[in-house]
Design a protein around this ligand. Sequence first.
Ligand code: Z5A
Ligand code: MG
Length: 202
Amino acid sequence: MRAPLIVIEGLDRTGKSTQTAKLCHRLNGFLVKFPNRETPIGKLLNQYLTDASNPMPLEVAHLLFSANRWEMVKNIEDLLSKGTPVVMDRYVYSGVAYSMAKGLDIEWCLAPDKGLPKPDVTIFLKANDLDSISQREGFGEERYEVASLQTSVRNNFEILRSRYDEWKVIIIDGKDIDQVHEHIWELVCPLTRGVTTGLNRF
Ligand code: Z5A
Ligand code: MG
């Protein structure tokens, strides 16, 4: 028996950080946010995201986002095997959806993440009304937070959703933070008894 690996994905400002923190608290789990801006690679990514004049090629940024996930694998596997649930704020799917929106090929994007642990459930926070989301605090401060890119990222998330069967979608329009949390809990609750199968891999 091991603990579950839970991922929350979504477009910018859909409430991923709010919800992963709440869920982690309720599960007494371990929270992993990607990008993890604290590691040496994460510091490079933070510089890239916050300074739009940074000339780093898109391909290099994509590989660094992936490397930033690989940096955490040993830690994550240890926690799961010892019975601590791991909750992730973005993961492989964000890596692919954003880089595809910038013009990279889906298979090329998935290749460096091949072998990473696959989530037991991926919960996608879906907003139908992107305008109301872009009015939330903090939107537009980083290089990918532009409306045209968000539409493309949303389409790419739909492509990924049709490929991976652990995806569950929650429509967030009109729901407050606690209502979204209760929907998430309904999906996660069956996993809290532990998972009998080994970890799948991308
Ligand atoms: N990126 C990439 O390109 N490749 C990769 O491999 C990865 C990421 C992993 C930074 O990500 C960028 O990295 C991102 C993708 C790219 N690009 N962009 N743009 P990040 O995760 O570090 O971004 P962030 O700065 O944390 O923003 P965010 O994640 O987009 O926001 P959020 O976590 O989804 O939302 P929040 O911080 O929880 O909530 C936003 C506000 O809304 C806040 O004031 C909340 O109080 C409020 N809120 C939350 N829920 C609600 C509800 N239900 N109602 C009303 N208000 C709410
Ligand atoms: Mg966030």
